[in-house]
Design a protein around this ligand. Structure first.
Ligand code: ATP
Length: 221
C-alpha cells in the first residue's frame, strides 16, 4: 500500500520572506516527513494592514528565496483569487488537489496561533487539515481560554499520532533552529538604512536593495 501524501501549507504575508520562514519550512519538512510544503503569500491578509510591497513582488522574492530547495514550493494560488484570503478556502483547494487520504497540515508560528480565535470560523480548518504550531522565540504568551476551548481534545503529542489521520488534530513543535527573525524587524532595518545581511537569502537582499523596496531613502551600505 502506498503511503498517503504528507503536505503542509505555510501561509503568510512574506513581507518580505526571511530565513526564519525558510529554515522553519525545511525543518518542518524533515520533522514531519513532508512531501511538499506550500509557501503561500496572502494578497490581502484579513488581520493586517495592506503591505507596501505588491503581492507579485512578494511572490517573486519568495520564489528566488526557495530556489531549488527540495520539497518547498512558492504557491501563487491566493494571488489568483479575488477578495480577502481566508486560509480555510486555501485548505479546501489543497484538499481537493491531494485527495481525501492526504495528510494535510496547516503550519503556523506561535504568534499567529495566538490570533486564531479572531479568524472567521477557525474550527472549519480542522475539517480539512491538521494544525501544527511552531514555537517562535519572543512569542511565549499562553493561549486564551477561547483558544484552548477551540483546540479541545484535538492535541496529540507525536508526529505518528498526527499522521494517523488525514486532518483534525493539533501538534505543537519546537524546531531545532528556532530563529528570532521577523519581517517587521527587517522592514524597520531597511527603513533606517541598517543591514539585513544573513536575515534573508543573499539574492533576496540584493533584489530588495536594487529595487529600493522597503527603503525610504537609499541605504548606506
Ligand atoms: P511580520 O513581522 O510582518 O508580522 P512575520 O515575520 O511574522 O511578519 P509572516 O509572513 O507574517 O512573517 O509569517 C508567516 C508565518 O510564518 C506565520 O505563521 C508566522 O508565525 C511564521 N513565522 C514567521 N517568522 C517565523 C520564525 N522566525 N520562526 C517560526 N515561524 C515564523
Amino acid at each position: 500500500m502506498t503511503r498517503p501524501p504528507r503536505i503542509a501549507m505555510l501561509g503568510g504575508t512574506f513581507d518580505p520572506v526571511h530565513n526564519g520562514h525558510l529554515r522553519s519550512a525545511v525543518e518542518l519538512r524533515d520533522a514531519l516527513g513532508l512531501d511538499r510544503v506550500h509557501m503561500i503569500p496572502a494578497p490581502q491578509p484579513p488581520l493586517r494592514d495592506t503591505p507596501q510591497v505588491s503581492p507579485q513582488q512578494r511572490l517573486e522574492l519568495l520564489q528566488m528565496a526557495i530556489g531549488d530547495t527540495p520539497g518547498l514550493e512558492a504557491d501563487a494560488r491566493e494571488l489568483e483569487r479575488d477578495g480577502p484570503s481566508y486560509s480555510v478556502d486555501t485548505l479546501r483547494s489543497l484538499r481537493h488537489e491531494y485527495g481525501e487520504q492526504a495528510r494535510l497540515v496547516m503550519a503556523i508560528g506561535w504568534d499567529a496561533f495566538l490570533r486564531l480565535d479572531q479568524w472567521r470560523k477557525p474550527e472549519q480548518l480542522f475539517a480539512f487539515a491538521h494544525l501544527v504550531v511552531i514555537a517562535r522565540p519572543g512569542h511565549a504568551e499562553a493561549p486564551s481560554t477561547p483558544l484552548m476551548e477551540l483546540l479541545g481534545e484535538r492535541e496529540v503529542d507525536s508526529v505518528s499520532r498526527l499522521m494517523a489521520s488525514p486532518h483534525g488534530q493539533v501538534l505543537r513543535v519546537t524546531l531545532p533552529s528556532a530563529m528570532a527573525i521577523s519581517a517587521t524587524h527587517i522592514r524597520q532595518s531597511l527603513e533606517q538604512g541598517k543591514s539585513i545581511r544573513f536575515l534573508v537569502p543573499e539574492t533576496v537582499e540584493r533584489t530588495i536593495l536594487r529595487e529600493g523596496l522597503y527603503q525610504r531613502w537609499q541605504s548606506a551600505y
